[in-house]
Design a binder for this molecule. Sequence first.
Ligand SMILES: [Zn+2]
Length: 130
Amino acid sequence: MDELIDEMKKRLLAKQAELRRELGQDVVSCRQIGEACIETRDAIDLIPLGEEREIVHHRGNSHSIILRMVDEALVRINVGSYGICLNCGEEIPASRLNAVPWARFCAACQARLERKSGQQEVARSAPISF
Ligand SMILES: [Zn+2]
C-alpha cells in the first residue's frame, strides 16, 4: 500500500502541475479573447466571441474542480487517510486509484452518490402531487 501511495503522490503532483499550467493558459487565452472583443466591438457581432469565452470559462472550471480534488487527495496522503472511501471508510481498490488517483469514494459509494444526486435532480424538477 505504501508503494502505491508513493506512486499516486507522484502522479497527483504531476497532475497538479499540469492543471495549474493549463489553468494559467486558460486565463491568458480568456484575456486575449477579451481584448479581441474590445478591439472589434464596433465592427462585428460580439456573440460568437462571447460564446468562445464561455467555453474557455467552462473548461477552466472543470480543470479547477479536478485541481481541487487533486489538492484534497494530496492532503489525505499527508494525513494518512488516502485511499479510504470518504463515505463508507473502506479501502478504495488499487485498480480504482490507478484509474483515478484523486478518487474520494469506492466504486460502490460513487455509483450510489451519483444515483442519489440524479434522483434529487428528478425530484426537484417533478411537480409535487400530494
Ligand atoms: Zn465506499
